[in-house]
Design a protein around this ligand. Structure first.
Ligand SMILES: C[S@@+](CC[C@H](N)C(=O)[O-])C[C@H]1O[C@@H](n2cnc3c(N)ncnc32)[C@H](O)[C@@H]1O
Length: 231
C-alpha cells in the first residue's frame, strides 16, 4: 500500500518539516504509513526579484499571493497525485473543518494538498484556475499563516489512518467520536496535594467505571458544549 500523502504548498517549509519530524507523525512517516512533503511556493516564481506577492488591486493594506507561483507549484505536483485527492486552501473565510471532515476525508483521500496562505491570502482567481480547490477554515479566528491550520487538519485526519495512533480504541474514545466530549482522566498518584481520584476508578469494577465515564462525558458535554446535545 502506498503511504497516504500530505503535500503543503507553503512559503515556510521549515514549519512543516519540524512537525513532520516529531512525535507520532515522525513514527508514521518512518513506518511508511504517511508521506509528508513541503513544497516551497517561492521556488516556482518567475519574478526576477523572487517575489511571490504584490499589493492588492484597488488599494488597501497587506500583500496578496500572486497566482503564477502558486498555480505552477500545484501543477508541478499533479503527475504525482491520485484521483482520490482533496485540495484544500486554508482560509478563515472557508467552510468549517470539524471531526466529521477529518474522519470522512481520512477514509476517502489518498492524497491531500494544502495551500498555506500568508499576508492577505491568495488572489481569488486561484479558485477558477484550480476548480477542485475547496477553502476550509479551522475556526472563527485569524492566524498569520496557513501552516498551523494545514498541520492541524493533517494531524486530525492522520489519527484515523490505521496504525498512526498505536491504540485504535483511544481514537474512538476521544471527544466527538460518539457525539460527546471525552470523560475526565486521572493517573497516579491516587491522591495529590489532598485531591483524590474518584473512588469508582479504583475499585476495578469495569461496568461501574464505564457507566461513570459515560455519565461524566454527558455532564461535561452539557456544561461545555450544549449545542452538541441538541444535535
Ligand atoms: C492573515 S490570514 C488572511 C486573512 C484573510 N484576509 C481574511 O480575512 O479572511 C493569512 C493566511 O492564514 C491562514 N489562516 C488564518 N486563519 C485561518 C483559519 N482560521 N483557518 C484556516 N486558515 C487560516 C490562511 O492561509 C490565510 O491565507
Amino acid at each position: 500500500m502506498p503511504p497516504r500523502s500530505f503535500y503543503f504548498l507553503t512559503l515556510f517549509p521549515e514549519v512543516i518539516k519540524a512537525y513532520a519530524q516529531s512525535s507520532m507523525m515522525k513514527k508514521a512517516v518512518d513506518k511508511g504509513i504517511l508521506h509528508i512533503e513541503a513544497i516551497n511556493i517561492r521556488d516556482f516564481t518567475t519574478d526576477k526579484h523572487n517575489k511571490v506577492d504584490a499589493p492588492p488591486y484597488g488599494g488597501g493594506a497587506g500583500m496578496v499571493l500572486a497566482c503564477q507561483p502558486v498555480v505552477d507549484a500545484y501543477r508541478s505536483l499533479l503527475p504525482r497525485l491520485s484521483q482520490h485527492r482533496r485540495v484544500i486552501l486554508t482560509s478563515p473565510a472557508g467552510k468549517p473543518f470539524q471531526h466529521a471532515q477529518a474522519k470522512a476525508w481520512s477514509e476517502t483521500a489518498q492524497d491531500v494538498v494544502f495551500f498555506c496562505g500568508h499576508y492577505e491570502g491568495f488572489d481569488e482567481r486561484i479558485f477558477t484556475l484550480i476548480p477542485e480547490i475547496e477553502d476550509v477554515s479551522i475556526g472563527d479566528f485569524v492566524l498569520t499563516g496557513g501552516e498551523l491550520p494545514a498541520l492541524s487538519m493533517m494531524d486530525a485526519m492522520a489519527r484515523f489512518i490505521p496504525d498512526v495512533v498505536k491504540e485504535a480504541d483511544s481514537v474512538m474514545n476521544d471527544s466527538f467520536y460518539y457525539g460527546l466530549l471525552d470523560h475526565p482522566h486521572y493517573t497516579r498518584p491516587a491522591e495529590f496535594e489532598g485531591h483524590k481520584v474518584p473512588d469508582v476508578l479504583l475499585n476495578g469494577d469495569h461496568a461501574k467505571i464505564a457507566s461513570w465515564r459515560c455519565e461524566q462525558a454527558l455532564i461535561k458535554t452539557r456544561r461545555t458544549r450544549p449545542d452538541m446535545l441538541d444535535e
